[in-house]
Design a protein around this ligand. Structure first.
Ligand code: ARG
Length: 463
């Protein structure tokens, strides 16, 4: 690219005698990704221009020309015909230059404004908008989970700790655990949105402006709930992005855990579910294979979302006040978090509608009498045996049943009686899974009524 003086002046004004080196242009440009801020950038400029007219910095005619120009540019970008110019560095310079080429009034738009408060404003608008979309997608995934839970509400599966069968739970109870996690993810995003809802514009490069800008007016026009109270903080604060990235990372980790359950459950070893063909893939070599790639990718992509959070924290940690160009690096990480999380939520919502539960396999898995060993200990406790002693008695019974290769529920009463004198015929009635679940009556427990009440509550909330 040539380095004529004219080029340089066009970009940076009178101060410069030479255009930037080609390497520098390549290295510093961001328009190839920050073009995604065009909507927020144009809305922000429209509000700023309206306010400039109201305080008499531009005339009504100039405002009309600016508004017309910006709306044209917006339409061209939406239609995919706007000519982005990498030599103009970023989205802000591209749009302003295109505007000024259309109307001389464009040269007044940047009055009292810096790209520093401009980009911070654009990013806050963008984050607020993304959070609204995220929350709708979260509700969609919760709805899919509740539907699946309702559909298979009579299925019981083993609950696991250490990935070892532990105690029986309703399949619905397991799915509702994710509904709870997602509710907290939504609440975290809503909370982050409240702090993103502050207008930086008017902070200028860092020290405001001598022009009597009406910041509250711009905030109202753009739908911000508050105006930043410190100009230095306004241009350099990115913790609204850190919070978003953190909430996104936690959400991605939750999706990754759900992915892992789906992967496990769809193995021949578990066999609890089948994922519909449209949401699985085959092998290029092994003709019999049907792989849960979608779930695996959701699990894998959580890595990049976690990475984005770490990258952003690292980016901000050593910055002196106030704006530093380092901050340009926030965009790709933020965009990637938004894209990845939103894609993952959408694909899981669709996938869950294609999950079939194999009730017979689940019933076999849950028929293991060892899952009710704790219930036997509780039975003994109810007859006055101290819990530690009861734990020991049942542990011995389990050892005997393993040694003799007799299932725990078929162990003769005489064996139990030898282990502890309170043992009686009633003890063997413990080994009924449904009865065992209905004994779990506390709030949050996987009893029939409790799970039914939770299903109803969520169906109500998500309606
Ligand atoms: N593209 C820049 C960014 O994203 C805009 C702000 C540039 N400001 C500056 N003083 N160079 O951070």
């Amino acid at each position: 690219m040539n380095t004529s003086r004219q080029d340089k002046k066009a970009l940076w004004g009178g101060r410069f005698a030479a255009a930037p080196d080609q390497l520098v242009r390549e290295f510093t440009k961001s328009v190839h990704y920050d073009w995604r801020l065009y909507r927020e950038d144009i809305f922000g400029s429209l509000a700023h221009a309206r306010m400039l007219r109201e305080i008499g910095v531009i005339s009504s005619g100039e405002f009309a020309a600016i508004e017309r120009g910006l709306k044209q540019i917006f339409a061209e970008i939406e239609a995919g015909v706007f000519a982005w110019d990498a030599a103009r560095e970023d989205v802000h310079m591209n749009i302003e230059a295109a505007l000024t080429a259309r109307t001389p009034a464009g040269a007044k738009l940047h009055t009292g404004r810096s790209r520093n408060d401009q980009v911070a404003t654009d990013m806050r608008l963008w984050v607020k908008h993304s959070i609204a979309t995220d929350r709708a997608l979260i509700t969609g995934l919760q709805t899919a989970l509740v539907r699946l839970a309702r559909k298979y509400q009579r299925v019981i599966i083993p609950g696991y700790t250490h990935l070892q069968r532990a105690q029986p739970v309703w399949f619905a109870h397991h799915l509702l655990a994710y509904v709870e996690m997602l509710a907290r993810d939504g609440a975290r995003l809503a909370d982050a949105r409240r702090r993103a809802d502050t207008l930086p514009l008017g902070a200028g490069a860092l020290a405001g402006s001598t022009i009597p800008l009406r910041r509250e007016r711009v905030a109202r026009l753009l739908g911000f709930g508050a105006v930043a109270q410190n100009s230095l903080d306004a241009v350099s604060d990115r913790d609204f992005i850190l919070e978003y990235a953190a909430a996104g990372a936690i959400l991605a980790v939750h999706l990754s855990r759900l992915a892992e359950d789906l992967v496990l459950w769809s193995t021949a070893e578990f066999g609890f579910i089948r994922i519909g063909d449209a949401f699985t893939t085959g092998s290029s070599l092994m003709p019999q294979k049907k792989n849960p790639d979608v779930a695996e990718l959701v699990r894998g992509k959580s890595g990049r979302v976690i990475g984005n959070l770490v990258a952003l924290l690292t980016l901000v940690k050593g910055l002196p006040m106030t704006y530093n160009r380092d901050l340009q690096e926030d965009k790709e990480r933020l965009f990637d978090t938004v894209d990845t999380v939103q894609q993952s939520l959408a694909v899981f919502t669709a996938l869950l509608a294609e999950v079939r539960v194999n009730a017979a396999v689940c019933a076999r898995a849950v028929a293991d009498p060892l899952l009710l060993a704790t219930d036997v200990a509780d039975w003994l406790v109810n007859r006055g045996v101290p819990f530690r002693r009861a734990h020991e008695v049942v542990g011995q019974a389990v050892a005997i049943s393993e040694r003799r290769r007799v299932p725990l529920d078929r162990l003769p009463l005489t064996v139990w009686k030898k282990l502890h004198p309170v043992c009686a015929a009633g003890l063997r009635k413990i080994f009924n899974v449904r009865a065992a679940l209905s004994r779990r009556k506390m709030t949050g427990a996987p009893g029939q009524q409790q799970v039914e009440a939770q299903l109803r509550r969520w169906e109500q909330v998500l309606k």
